[in-house]
Design a protein around this ligand. Structure first.
Ligand SMILES: Cc1ncc(COP(=O)(O)O)c(C=O)c1O
Length: 474
């Protein structure tokens, strides 16, 4: 049988890699085999297209290109300029943004660029203007020390971790928590939903420089118009981290008040989650913030990755096609089918369901397990998920009471609502056959071997019907 063009491309690429380091080539091939064996319900992962993957594996990687298109610190960057401009223009058109910056290497980096852009615009620029200059090198030692301290005296209000926020939204283990004085808003204890009146009251009392919205584990769609109103009333810059749901914005599932781009001053994102591009990040912003965002490299970012910007260009072009809008709406239909399948089999879900790509199951109240027990039990049953806190989690952030699931990856494989119902049944069957292992351990568990085996077979059947990277045989 002849190989597909994609199959031939990946096979030759791996033959070439194997000639230099066969163990790496083997690991790459084994990773595909492993991904083909497991039902991927990790909400933050996806499968990028072969075009996206191949755009990354080439000599674009060999160029240094600090700066922005047309303003580089190195000669010979015309073709990197072309690639970066293509990706930037696609991002602007796709999201309707005034400005886009596609250099961040990841979501964390995109957030760091955004924070420093806010500080540069709101703290540094006024201090420079007061000193009658635009260059920090013109400041006296004393004036510079005063400014340095001012950077660290600012406030950030973001979503709490157990409500579904992200570590980069002001928490101490991340640089954002070391930089800003931080407070976080949670969700209503009974509904699990954002309470906009409570957030407004908190913002009025705390007076943050930055209000951050966006989530890693919230199964509903925030109202960004309301949050923007709150931010602007208290004089805060409104920043939205849409790392998780950028694909739903790109695919026009989230519109009006649910689309952050028209409402936020700065929007950050990853490119590899629901957006289905290469591993990376991007920043969208208003014209006001553009000159500050564009200084991301070398301020906080290492040199741009031209090969990844090339892949971002390809992915963003793909996301502008009508098929992507269809994909995005199927992500949500699948998520709702998964939620309904779980609910009618007796599982308890945070907020009672989902409006986006995420389903957050409370495995402690549903099955008497911690997330730390449920996650590996599900893996033994062939389902890859991750444990996650639920609001006011009694088991804390390590053991957790929740398991987070998301549908972007399985939707890419072509799963529909019927298959998601089967996934829900596998999930419930596996966890009903799982028990905490005595001694009060919140980590140890046992799963009935025959049930795990039967679940793996059901997962394999689903994956055989919906193969990953069809035509690629290594
Ligand atoms: C909301 C949010 N922001 C940022 C990130 C960080 O992205 P990355 O892993 O690309 O740095 C994540 C990833 O989990 C996320 O969920």
């Amino acid at each position: 049988m002849s190989l597909s063009p994609q199959g031939a491309a990946f096979r030759s690429a791996l033959d070439i890699v194997a000639a230099s380091e066969p163990d790496v080539a083997r690991a790459i091939a084994d990773e595909l085999a492993s991904q083909r064996r497991q039902l991927k319900l990790i909400a933050s992962e996806n499968y990028a297209s072969p075009a996206v993957l191949l755009a990354m594996g080439n000599w674009m990687s060999d160029k240094y290109a600090e700066g922005t298109p047309g303003h580089r610190f190195y000669a010979g960057c015309e073709l990197v300029d072309r690639v970066e401009t293509i990706a930037t223009e696609h991002a602007k058109a796709l999201f309707g943004a005034e400005h886009a910056y596609v250099q961040p290497h990841s979501g964390i980096d995109a957030n760091l660029v955004a924070y420093w852009a806010v500080l540069a615009n709101r703290v540094e620029a006024p201090a420079l203007a007061a000193a009658g200059t635009t260059n920090v090198n013109d400041l006296s030692h004393e004036a510079w020390e005063e400014l340095r301290h001012a950077f660290h005296s600012q406030r950030l209000l973001g979503m709490s971790l157990d409500a579904g926020g992200h570590l980069t939204h002001g928490f101490r283990p991340n640089i954002s928590g070391k930089l800003f004085e931080h407070a976080s808003y949670g969700v209503d204890a009974t509904t699990g939903l954002l309470d906009y009146d409570a957030i407004a009251a908190q913002a009025r009392a705390f007076r943050p420089l930055v209000l951050v919205a966006g989530y890693s584990a919230y199964p509903r769609n925030p109202n960004f118009a309301l949050l923007a109103e709150i931010a602007h009333e208290v004089g805060a810059t409104f920043m939205v981290d849409m790392a998780h749901f950028a694909g739903l914005v790109a695919g026009k599932v989230l519109q009006g008040d649910l689309n952050p781009v028209p409402h936020a001053d700065i929007v950050t994102s990853t490119t590899h989650k629901s957006l289905r591009g290469p591993r990376g990040g991007l920043v969208l912003c208003t014209k006001e913030y553009a000159p500050f965002v564009d200084k991301g490299c070398p301020m906080v970012l290492g040199g741009p990755l031209p090969h990844v910007m090339a892949a971002k260009g390809v992915a963003l072009a793909e996301a502008r096609r009508p098929e992507f809008a269809d994909y995005a709406s199927r992500i949500v239909a699948n998520s709702q089918a998964l939620a309904e399948g779980l609910l009618h089999r007796g599982a308890r879900l945070v907020t009672g369901g989902t409006d986006n790509h995420i389903v957050l199951a409370d495995v402690t109240s549903s099955f008497g397990l911690t997330g730390r027990q449920a996650e590996p039990a599900l893996l033994e049953a062939g389902v890859v998920t991750n444990r996650n806190s639920v609001p006011a989690d009694p088991n804390g952030p390590w053991y957790t009471s929740g398991v987070r699931m998301g549908t972007p990856a399985l939707t890419t494989l072509g799963f529909g609502p019927q298959e998601m119902d089967e996934v829900a049944d596998i999930f419930v069957t596996a966890l009903r056959a799982t028990s905490p292992q005595g001694g009060g351990s919140r980590a140890k568990y046992t799963i009935e071997a025959s049930v795990a085996q039967a679940c793996r077979k059901r997962c394999a059947d689903l994956l055989t019907a919906h193969p990953l990277y069809p035509g690629v045989e290594l």
